[in-house]
Write a protein that binds this ligand. Structure first.
Ligand SMILES: [Fe+2]
Length: 253
């Protein structure tokens, strides 16, 4: 059994709650699909925990902190520069700082294993492309992305969990949210993209941390409560993190 997490965004309380939930199950491996940092108040702590995962893919916010941020809105960019400063000027021992930088800089953009592909954004543009639920109506986009997938692709980036599949009747596509499928999907002969949702900043109007458990061919979406008041307060207390970044957590948007 495998847990697949994504988009932690420096939310330590959410990550700790998810790791505790994972620990209660028979899970042997944890894969993380990127965006460990950005937006939230605990980048160093979240990187240290993510380093224990069996696989960690590079996310666009991770890349923005290590290299040059490009294409971010002003609050996101300010958060990235604040994050970078945390990683650079931490008062802890030098070796730990170096290890975090090296770890982020060495992250792969994709990982493939037994017909399963793992990316942050999409199979076509692993780092930056969003695949939103409404993209099922963009036939060309979906055709091109699905053509790059062998069987199944796990991704994050939009913070909106759910399952994208080729239709059983024709060559159109369907999207199903976790609510529509009672949080469980069985992988079958159809090519499928699974968005595992976001641990630290869900945007599907549900504030609880989201991740996925893969057990054989069964994908199960899990929601986990965490101490959101603590995270929001920390964000409000840091001038470089826009208050909105805390407030949005409550609404899951
Ligand atoms: Fe993200």
């Amino acid at each position: 059994m495998k847990a697949i997490i994504s988009d932690i965004h420096s939310n330590l309380e959410a990550l700790q709650a998810v790791l505790a939930d994972i620990e209660k199950q028979n899970i042997t491996e944890i894969y993380c699909l990127g965006d460990i940092i950005g937006y939230g108040p605990n980048p160093r702590e979240c990187i240290d925990l993510a380093m224990k995962c069996n696989l960690v893919i590079l996310g666009n916010h991770d890349q923005g902190a290590v290299f040059d941020p490009d294409g971010f809105n002003p609050p996101a960019e300010r958060a990235i520069f604040w994050t970078r400063a945390q990683l650079e000027t931490s008062g802890e021992d030098h070796s730990k700082r170096e290890k975090r930088w090296e770890f982020l800089a060495e992250r792969p953009r994709t990982f493939a294993e037994d017909g399963y592909l793992f990316v942050h954004g999409s199979a076509r543009n692993p780092l930056n492309e969003y695949v939103f639920p409404e993209d099922i109506y963009n036939q060309r986009k979906m055709d091109r992305i699905f053509a790059l997938i062998d069987k199944y692709c796990f991704q994050g980036h939009t913070h909106v969990p759910g399952v994208f599949m080729e239709s059983l009747q024709d060559d159109t596509y369907i999207f199903q949210s976790p609510e529509e499928i009672d949080s469980v999907h069985k992988l079958d002969e159809h090519k499928t993209m699974i968005n595992v949702g976001s641990v630290g900043q869900p945007r599907d109007s549900n504030w609880r941390a989201c991740y996925v458990v893969l057990d054989g061919n069964q994908v199960k979406f899990r929601r986990v409560e965490y101490d959101i008041d603590k995270t929001v307060q920390k964000i409000h207390d840091i001038p470089d993190l826009d208050n909105f970044l805390g407030d949005r957590l409550r609404d899951g948007r």
